[in-house]
Ligand binder design. Structure first.
Ligand code: MF3
Ligand code: CO
Length: 248
């Protein structure tokens, strides 16, 4: 069952989403050569708590931090550490916050200084895939329409689509039904209805689609070592379309 949110739940989801958005804006100027991912994590946790929210990831299935910090070939769930960012890196900050029991979830890939043209294109194209996926959302559309729209953009640019990880419903739980794969058939899958809330999150690789997990039990990396980008918004299905909850 995909839950339809009440007006009160939608209010709280909007606040949670906005806190996640503000956290991204707050962290952006700190994403520079020389900062460690652990320092970014501390800043994020303090900021989220200062807004009356809690970091959803911390303690989630034992995850040890507020942020997932995934650098270059790391796709998702990188653990903040003493690793320093260097010029030419890309880093995905995946931020989740919980406000009065309701979650917001948004990931964004950032440049550290100057990055190569091919990596810059990977970022642009993955962001394009996110907005293509969102653009089809309205009551009466299906999850497969989102999946297909993301897949078309990934295929256009010949990027590897990570298949093991999906978008998802968001609400009282960080991960709810349905799964939203980043590939699929238009016209298939669960029906979208007004009041549903989803996280859409393409993870696209410059090389092959294959990924594996590091020994830390969390970090997913590309198998071929090529970079990966990740863009995610939490959105509400409205009467005639959608509203981004983790944006401006
Ligand atoms: N936004 C991440 C996801 O949807 C949240 C991960 S929380 C973690 O997978 F604890 F698993 F890291
Ligand atoms: Co997510």
């Amino acid at each position: 069952m995909i839950s339809i949110k009440s007006d009160r739940e939608i209010e709280l989801l909007k606040i949670a989403g906005n806190i996640v958005y503000q956290t991204h804006q707050y962290l952006k100027p700190y994403i520079k050569e020389g900062i460690t991912t652990l320092e970014l994590d501390r800043l994020a946790e303090d900021f989220i708590r200062s807004k009356g929210a809690t970091p959803s990831c911390k303690g989630y299935h034992g995850f040890p931090a507020t942020l997932c910090t995934s650098i270059n070939d790391e796709v998702v769930h990188g653990i903040p550490s003493k690793r320093m960012l260097i010029n030419g890196d890309i880093i995905t900050l995946d931020i989740c916050a919980c406000y009065k029991g309701y979650h917001g979830d948004s990931a964004w890939t950032y440049k550290v200084g100057e990055v190569s043209n091919e990596v810059s294109d990977l970022m642009k194209e993955t962001e394009e895939a996110l907005y293509a996926g969102l653009s089809v959302i309205k009551p009466g559309a299906r999850v497969g329409d989102i999946s297909h729209a993301v897949e078309e953009v990934a295929n256009k640019y010949k990027l590897g689509i990570v298949r093991e990880l999906c978008g998802h419903g968001v609400g009282h739980n960080l991960h709810e039904e349905p799964n939203i794969p980043n590939f699929g058939r238009a016209g298939y899958g669960p029906l979208l209805k007004e009041g549903m809330v989803f996280a859409v999150e393409p993870m696209l690789n410059l090389g092959s689609q294959d990924v594996c997990m590091l020994d830390d039990g969390w970090t997913i990396v590309t198998y071929d070592g090529k970079p990966s980008a990740h863009f995610e918004h939490t959105v509400l299905v409205t009467k005639d379309g959608y509203q981004i909850l983790t944006g401006e």
